[in-house]
Design a protein around this ligand. Structure first.
Ligand code: NAD
Length: 497
């Protein structure tokens, strides 16, 4: 069912271009196929977008390949100005982006507004970085020649984004790629393609030349992506999504020794030491766990709390969690929206049931919410045994699971006992313990007495199975550049002096 034309949602959806964007043209999929985009709060179909075929995907790469020589030769200032204009336009239209994200993936409107500010910041940051790409010149140690080290854009890039942060995941890749002088084909998640389409229309308005950004929306992710990844004209893939899909894509990339950036899954530990400021830890926990309905790669997954404060922590958290307001993200006062789909509700339910059957105590919630939409009660579990699946799998839902520890060594051992290593959180009032956590916790990022770390100026990335490379910060643009070393002959050969 296409939603009622009178429905307020319709007005906004009408502003979103519904086409593939290839070589500067909005066009249908070659086979004319389309797919539905639905609102997870009630299942209503918002609109339909083109369902690209593998040929459409290659047409996107053709366009990016043709546009690369011209775009890579533009001045950094021209690229910086274009990206900065896009920042201004996204900021001006922030309410449209916020409502659109809330509609297509369910996040509460206040959080969606936060994502617009955060996502736009990548445009501003990389507009500033575009003009700061530097090289070096100097004598080699033997003074027999001069070494020049220069940075060059890699070439056409393939960007694949997930559904959980539809705007920020796109700007975090597009902005540094464009700033570096690369051209791109972007494939958003089939669950949330509309935000990327609106973003690209804004880039078009900012003056984007033809073929520099191409967008492919499709339900045939694997079939469409593989020929692009295996094409020798492609020079870079940047993927954000789950670890199993990331692994499969790395195998495909190995064939052409493709440069890759991989932002994959997490299983973040959140350690509360006995010397923590509990008010701060509770505040941090609420953000680290319940932001984005628990559907963040940086979501705290395992609460590892000192036995002496575990009960007090659980009591205070449960009090706060009972006050969360579940509902449609666009409604006033709602703090917890729906999960992305039925599959997610089933998975979260199974993880909770497994923990409870193994002896966990339920302080709040614990069940899916019956009726329209894909809602799950915000849940707090304590005394979760080490064997429970919820402590080893990414929950991706509003469930806070607590286990205890006795001393610092045990906390660190438990925190590191996972193949993931994206982010960790530690709460302690001891400076030296905090410093030890920086060195001992195996993660690409650490929140010390804070529950959210993301920032456009910081290098976001994981270790172990959580990924390769960084997005954001000065590191973010280098993912789209290659370093070239040139040796020039000694300009002062002995007989010339
Ligand atoms: P997903 O891996 O299912 O999908 C991610 C993207 O990959 C989507 O665009 C999807 O269409 C595409 N895809 C799926 N199968 C593919 C295939 N065979 N070939 C090519 N593309 C394919 O992940 P998701 O469910 O969209 O997102 C949730 C996951 O993303 C979680 O594991 C989360 O931790 C992770 N994530 C990581 C970060 C990070 O920065 N590390 C950020 C956000 C989300």
């Amino acid at each position: 069912m296409i939603q009622d034309q009178q429905d307020g949602r319709h007005v906004l959806i009408e502003k979103v271009p519904r086409g593939l964007f290839i070589a500067g043209q909005w066009c249908p999929a070659r086979e004319g196929a389309t797919f539905e985009v639905a609102d997870p709060a009630d299942g209503v179909v918002l609109t339909r977008v083109p369902d690209a075929s593998p040929e459409d995907g290659i047409a996107g790469l053709d366009a990016a390949y043709e546009a690369f020589p011209g775009w890579s030769q533009t001045s950094a200032r021209l690229r910086a100005d274009l990206i900065r204009r896009a920042f201004g336009l996204v900021t001006e239209r922030s309410e449209e982006f916020a409502v659109l994200m809330s509609l297509e993936m369910g996040k509460p409107l206040a959080e969606a507004r936060g994502e617009v500010a955060y996502g736009a910041e990548y445009l501003r940051w990389f507009s500033e970085e575009a003009v700061r790409v530097q090289g070096r010149y100097g004598a080699n140690p033997e003074a027999t020649g001069r070494m020049i080290v220069s940075q060059h854009p890699l070439g056409p890039c393939f960007l694949i984004t997930p559904w959980n942060f539809p705007l920020a995941m796109a700007t975090r890749k597009i902005a540094p790629a464009l700033a570096a002088g690369c051209t791109v084909v972007i494939k958003p998640s089939e669950l949330t393609p509309l935000t990327t389409l609106l973003l690209v229309s804004v880039l078009e308005e900012a003056g984007l030349p033809q073929g520099v950004v191409n967008v492919i929306t499709t339900t045939r992710a694997g079939e469409v992506s593989e020929p692009i990844i295996r094409d020798p004209r492609l020079r870079k893939m940047s993927f954000t999504g789950s670890t199993p899909v990331g692994r499969a894509l790395l195998e495909q990339a190995a064939g052409s020794v493709l440069r890759t950036s991989m932002e994959l899954g997490g299983n973040a530990p959140f350690i509360v030491f006995e010397d923590a400021d509990l008010d701060r830890a509770v505040e941090g926990a609420m953000t680290a766990k319940f932001r984005n309905i628990g559907q963040a790669c940086t979501a705290a997954n395992r609460f590892i709390v000192h036995a002496s404060v575990a009960e007090e922590f659980a009591r205070r958290i449960a009090e706060r969690v009972r006050r969360l307001v579940v509902g449609r993200g666009t409604e006033d006062g709602v703090t917890i929206g729906p999960l992305i789909d039925e599959r997610a509700v089933t998975k979260v339910g199974l993880l909770v049931r497994d923990a409870v059957e193994r002896g966990a105590t339920v302080w709040a919630g614990g069940h899916p919410i019956e009726g329209e939409g894909t809602f799950f009660e915000p849940t707090v579990l304590s005394d979760v045994p080490a064997t429970a699946r919820i402590l080893s799998e990414e929950i991706f839902g509003p469930v806070l699971a607590i286990r205890t520890f006795a001393d610092e060594d045990e906390a660190v051992r438990v925190a590191n006992s996972t193949e993931f290593g994206l982010v960790a959180y530690a709460f302690t009032e001891s400076l030296s313990r905090g410093q030890r956590m920086i060195e001992r916790l195996e993660s690409g990022m650490l929140g010390l007495n804070v529950g959210v770390v993301s920032n456009a100026a910081a290098p976001f990335g994981g270790v172990k199975h959580s990924g390769l490379g960084h997005e954001g910060g000065p590191e973010g643009i280098s993912e789209y550049l290659t370093t070239k070393y040139t040796l020039t002959a000694d300009p002062f050969p002995a007989d010339s002096i």
